[in-house]
Ligand binder design. Structure first.
Ligand code: AMP
Length: 414
């Protein structure tokens, strides 16, 4: 299927070509026609599936076809509400890219920074607003924003929005929207509260869903290293000596762990930064920008901090700690191998984490090949739990990255 077959107008098609997109992703294929048809939509999809373009493209197309002004002034016609500053910025960049050949204006607002440049651009007039809930309500109270003319409303990452405690703010925002509008809700999961919220704010919605996670998994080269807990830091430094690891997102279970790993890496001469909830918005954004610009090679993150981060061409995801919820593994490794690019996911597994590995392999329904040939093998007992794992789980792989082919090392004990 080609974008052209989705009845997308030429100026947007050209912009998509410029982005290097040739075919719509499954969520785009399903959602774009529904939104262009002006229906409400619930999309079950997470970051990494192309969901931003799935709503941004039809919003741009619909607004481009309609009147820009109300009573001679440019009016705000579309609102995208998203939980974090990082996501808001990324969505703003997408609107810039896909709308480059149109005359529509958008702006991004979020808290934790001065409001002046945000209110300046609002005063100049925008068609599309991308906002986090707190700053939006703040600027609404200060009368910089009026939602009276909103025609299209997107609630992005609804589950995360509620997780972060924005339920009340979302309701307040919705109360200011006109009754007659098109509403689009995206969520990675559909717990009961989201289903209830959807029932309240959407009218006769079309449901579309993609299961990106498990299909993405197939495209990603995954391996596991059995390693003692104490040796993980040495193993990480050892793996990072390989220059093929151009940029790595390293996951730790705790914020404290993220800081510790980062300190160790810096001490070993690797440019690394931590990103987690204890850091200010500004510090997190700065770390992310430096990572995207390749000034920092390694970003160490906790799951919450990393959710929703979209980094193009991330070469490696490293699970320094294995997650105890198997779905989290799938979310983490989905940060690499985006939009069809090949990615590599390496996982460290210590004695206590073997049960987690077992659950992960069950979920992805395949064994993760084991790298035996490394300098810090876990010395005791069997590396693989035997029961409940598909028989292929016994597959062993050595020297996946040429760098590790060295002789004279202990093999991971069976
Ligand atoms: P998203 O899920 O919206 O965060 O998008 C994930 C990544 O996929 C972003 O880096 C997009 O630039 C990229 N992307 C979105 N749609 C396509 C497409 N049709 N073809 C190739 N890449 C895409």
């Amino acid at each position: 299927m080609l974008f052209k077959e989705l009845n997308i107008i030429d100026p947007i098609l050209e912009a998509l070509t410029k982005e290097g997109y040739t075919e719509p992703t499954p969520i785009q294929e399903q959602a774009i026609p529904v939104i262009l048809d002006k229906r409400d939509l619930i999309g079950l999809a997470q970051t990494g599936t192309g969901k931003t373009a799935a709503f941004a493209v039809p919003i741009l197309q619909i607004l481009d076809a309609g009147p820009k002004n109300v009573q001679g002034k440019r009016a705000l016609k579309a609102l995208i509400l998203t939980p974090t500053r990082e996501l808001a910025i990324q969505i703003g960049e997408s609107f810039t890219a896909y709308g480059r050949n149109l005359g529509l204006r958008h702006t991004v607002i979020f808290g934790g920074v001065s409001q002046v440049s945000q209110t300046d651009s609002l005063k100049a007039g925008v068609d599309i607003l991308i906002a986090t809930p707190g700053r939006l309500l703040d600027l609404m109270n200060q009368k910089y924003i009026n939602l009276r003319h909103i025609k299209m409303f997107v609630l992005d990452e609804a589950d995360r929005m509620l997780d972060m405690g924005f339920s009340h703010d979302v309701k307040k925002v919705v109360a200011h929207l006109p009754e007659r509008r098109q509403t689009i809700l995206f969520s990675a999961t559909m717990p009961r509260e989201i289903a209830k919220l959807a029932g309240d704010i959407l009218e006769n919605p079309v449901r579309v869903a993609v299961t990106p996670t498990l299909s993405t998994v197939d495209a990603i080269e995954q391996t596991v290293y059995f390693v003692g807990k104490k040796d993980k830091k040495q193993l990480l430094i050892h793996l990072l000596k390989n220059r093929a690891v151009v940029s790595a997102l390293v996951f730790t279970r705790t914020k404290h762990g993220a800081d510790k790993v980062t300190r160790n890496l810096i001490r070993a001469g690797v440019q690394a930064e931590a990103i987690h909830g204890n850091k200010s918005q500004t510090a997190r954004q700065r770390a992310l920008t430096k990572f995207k610009n390749r000034e920092t090679r390694v970003l160490v993150a906790t799951d919450i901090a990393a959710r929703g981060i979209d980094i193009e061409e991330l070469s490696h995801v490293i699970n320094y700690d294995l997650p105890n919820v198997p779905e989290t593994y799938v979310h983490r490794i989905g940060r690499t191998g985006r939009a069809g690019l090949a990615g590599v996911a390496l996982s460290f597994c210590d004695q206590e984490e073997k049960a987690y590995l077992k659950d992960i392999q069950k979920l992805i329904a395949k064994p993760i090949p084991v790298i035996e040939d490394h300098p810090y093998p876990l010395s005791e007992d069997s590396p693989m739990p035997s029961k409940d794992i598909p028989p292929q789980a016994a597959v062993r792989q050595t020297g996946k990255i040429g760098y590790f082919r060295r002789s004279g090392k202990k093999k991971c004990g069976k």
